[in-house]
Design a protein around this ligand. Structure first.
Ligand code: F6P
Length: 482
């Protein structure tokens, strides 16, 4: 049987939907977690493209199927592959190295071999679904070898890769025993997109120092006989969210009513603080709780006037560092509630679960102060979602300077989460800000997200991919023809 092929193909570790077992024991599909899916889902709509990805649980992959106007092409992983490629190499080797080694990275040669094998499987799947001359957009650190593997299989396609997380400084990247092969893998692309100019700079430096390659501006020239040499551009294209859709959702009367109910359920506190994160050590949740606890200990704030909602979306629960973190956070929450809650009012409402978008929009509207305190984060779309939901121009965003978002959302209340006293001061400043100042800041934050939304991001990425040079020799020829 001839499989359909597509002019536009996305490859990401996960499909936009996860296979899940319902309470009735039936298998069904639910939207998968994370910023990548939220962003790409809206980019894919109406494009008649294909999405290559893992369906989120181990086992035989289902047959390709259509969903939400997309062709979904599942790539299967066995139980062992989930452990070694996803939990192991992706999330216990690369993730810590790419996030400033907040926890130590684990190196296993076996994990690397499985990572390579899975990248080959993804490249093969892309090669099968891509039409002649198609655009293939590869995503994130789990698939860094796909660009070169795919180029070998399908030299006719245009290949872009976007990194949703930071790209580490060369001193950290150099720790990876497989660093040279990762650079070679990425350089199979025509264009490499990063969240910040600093991330692109880190990659270019790694290409020079580790790959021994020549760079000029944001162009890297690959190795090989001159006729084979290609030029690859590496630059920043910061990701965003679907501003129009979320703004529209947040304005719905039922969402606003729900925001009112949420506040009421807390006894209408004078001040509601909110944190929303995947339960990940990069998010600085421990630092945030420490600052909050000290503010309560100091008597600067106290329930029932103040409450904190902390949503911690379950993530990578079989990786040791995530389990340890969960234990630490839950015991801290228990201690804070034990010490500071009253019979009627909890100091923290801790929710280890994920919520529908409408419920999130209501929480964002209910919160006076949004705490976004990562120690390192590629972008942090939660910060952008919060301001998008504040058409009332109220609310204050407390934002870590170690997020990609901090480079755009410069009107936020900025802080260094390692500096607990500084974080406490910033929270107090946000709490006591004048309404006029909050409005001024929020107006500017919203404008920033509105003008740089996810559609603009996708367009900028695809334009850069389209404009990227092909081979150094073609470039030369092009220049001679001018
Ligand atoms: O952006 C990093 C990332 O791995 C994304 O690929 C994904 O959207 C998110 O974090 C969630 O991670 P996971 O797929 O491991 O649950």
């Amino acid at each position: 049987m001839n499989r359909p092929t597509f002019d536009f193909v996305v490859a990401a570790n996960r499909l936009p939907v996860d296979r899940a077992e319902g309470a009735d024991g039936q298998l069904h599909w639910k939207r998968s977690p994370g910023g990548l899916v939220t962003a790409m889902d809206s980019v894919m709509r109406g494009r008649n493209g294909a999405w290559v990805g893992w369906p989120g649980d181990p086992g035989e992959p289902p047959e390709p199927f259509e969903d939400g106007g997309m062709h979904l092409h599942p790539v299967g992983l066995t139980e062992d592959e989930v452990e070694e490629y996803y939990e192991g190499f992706s999330n216990d080797t690369l993730w810590p190295i790419y996030h400033d080694v907040i926890v130590p990275a684990t190196f296993h040669r076996r994990w690397w071999h499985v990572y390579k094998r899975i990248n080959e499987r993804f490249a093969q799947a892309c090669a099968e679904v891509a039409s002649p001359g198609a655009v293939v957009w590869v995503h994130d650190y789990q698939l860094q070898l796909v660009p070169a593997l795919l180029r070998r299989l399908r030299p006719d396609v245009r290949i872009g890769w976007f990194n949703h997380i930071p790209f580490p400084p060369v001193e950290l990247f150099a720790q990876l025993p497989w660093r040279g092969m990762i650079i070679d893998g990425l350089l199979g692309a025509d264009f490499l997109g990063f969240q910040r100019t600093a991330d692109a700079g880190n990659f270019l430096r790694a290409a020079r120092q580790i790959g021994g390659l020549t760079t000029k501006g944001d162009l890297v020239t690959t190795n090989g006989p001159e006729a084979e040499q290609r030029q690859v551009r590496a630059s920043a294209v910061p990701i965003s969210i679907d501003y129009v859709a979320l703004d529209e959702l947040a304005r719905r009367p039922e969402v606003q009513e729900r925001a009112r109910q949420i506040r009421e359920s807390f006894g209408d506190p004078k001040l509601l603080l909110l944190g929303v994160d995947r339960l990940d050590y990069t998010k600085g949740i421990r630092h945030r709780l420490k600052a909050y606890e000290e503010l309560l200990d100091d008597g600067q704030i106290a329930p029932p006037d103040v409450a904190l909602i902390q949503v911690a979306v379950p993530s990578r629960e079989r990786v040791e560092a995530y389990r340890t973190l969960r234990g630490e956070i839950e015991s801290t929450v228990g201690r804070i509630n034990g010490d500071h809650s009253t019979v009627e009012a909890s100091a923290i409402q801790y929710l280890h679960q994920s919520f529908e978008r409408a419920e999130m929009a209501a929480m964002f509207q209910a919160a006076d102060v949004m705490l976004v305190t990562p120690l390192r984060d590629g972008m942090n779309l939660v910060a952008k979602e919060y301001v998008t939901c504040r058409h009332d121009l109220d609310g204050a965003l407390v934002l870590s300077e170690f997020t990609g978002a901090a480079y755009e959302l410069t009107s936020a209340y900025m802080h260094n989460p390692h500096d607990i006293q500084g974080l406490k001061n910033t929270i107090i400043r946000a709490i006591h800000s004048e309404p006029a100042e909050r409005r001024r800041r929020m107006r500017s934050l919203r404008r920033r997200v509105r003008d740089n939304d996810v559609q603009r991001w996708a367009q900028r990425f695809l334009d850069a991919l389209e404009a990227a040079p092909r081979r150094a020799a073609d470039e030369e020829e092009g220049r001679r023809d001018d």
